[in-house]
Design a protein around this ligand. Structure first.
Ligand code: GLU
Length: 290
């Protein structure tokens, strides 16, 4: 059974780049006759406001997209990740670490050999995994073989402020929901080999991957919330946003019109969704979506 999902981080509303992942993952699931799930990745409470979660879920509904189950809001179940932490601890794959991003730029982490000393200090520590057998790349259904280069074996599981990391929560929830294919942006390709190693360490089945092109503004900058990309539905009606997104995904739009109901547009697009037509290279978008 095909199970797909869209997993937004509600640090803002959906910009056009998020629309690619949303519409791409939804149409792929529908065109495979599969299930489609929503998951809100809001464990980082400092970055994610509940108001954004409500807005995003409303936006998804306005676009005519319906999931096959209630959305999983990660922050409402923070304890569910303890099971994964214990399993990794028991497997001897974890270590405490006091490195910061800045210190890691200066020197590699040596915390694995300082565990006793670290644990006797009062400071807050992150919990990281030292993953076995991180592959150097992975097979992507759109991009073919993707090589990331020298495998980096470390992955943060829980930050020093006790927040469960995106990678652990994402991998654990994908395993629990039996997600069979992950459709998301190419900006996450770099971490996919380590996510694969983490899935294996947790005894899960590795899903298939489809990494969609990232969007660039006319200045060549990646469209992202960090770069203050505007919410797409502030710049277009639901139908206009869908048609623009389908164009960017290389899908046929000639017979689709802005006065059609969003659900009708999606139904037609799903009936002929073609992975092979999706471009692989970054896509430039008009200034209105920035
Ligand atoms: N929450 C991530 C984001 O908004 C996506 C995670 C994923 O699809 O694996 O970028």
């Amino acid at each position: 059974m095909y199970v797909g999902r869209f997993a937004p981080t509600p640090s803002g509303r959906l910009h056009l780049g998020s629309m690619l992942a949303l519409v791409g993952s939804y149409l792929r699931a529908r065109s495979c006759g599969g299930r489609f799930l929503l998951r809100v990745e809001d464990l980082d409470r400092a970055r994610c406001a509940d108001q954004n979660t409500s807005l995003i879920l409303e936006e998804i509904a306005l676009l005519g997209i319906r999931a096959d189950a209630e959305p999983l809001i990660q922050s409402r179940h923070p304890e569910r990740y303890e099971e994964a932490l214990s399993a990794l601890k028991s497997a001897g794959l974890t270590f405490y670490c006091d490195c910061t991003r800045a210190s890691l730029k200066r020197a590699p982490c040596r915390c694995e050999s300082r565990q006793e000393q670290l644990l006797s200090s009062p400071q807050a520590l992150a919990l990281r995994a030292h993953l076995p057998a991180v592959p150097s790349g992975f097979e992507d259904k759109l991009l073919g073989q993707v090589e990331i280069g020298d495998p980096y074996p470390y992955l943060t599981l829980r930050r020093s402020d006790k927040v469960i990391s995106y990678n652990l929560a994402c991998v654990f929830d994908d395993i629990k929901a039996q997600v069979s294919e992950v459709v998301r942006g190419q900006d996450l390709c770099y971490v996919t080999p380590r996510q694969i190693a983490l899935i294996r360490a947790l005894g899960g089945a590795v899903p298939a991957y489809v990494h969609l092109p990232v969007l660039l503004g006319p200045d060549g900058q990646k469209l992202s919330k960090q770069n203050h990309a505007v919410p797409a539905l502030e710049r277009g009606t639901p139908a206009q946003v869908l048609l623009t997104t389908l164009d960017l995904l290389g899908q046929e739009t000639a017979d689709l019109k802005e006065d059609m109901q969003p659900a009708a547009i999606l139904e037609r697009a799903a009936s002929r969704f073609d992975l092979g037509r999706i471009p692989r290279a970054p896509l430039e978008v008009e200034r209105r979506w920035l």
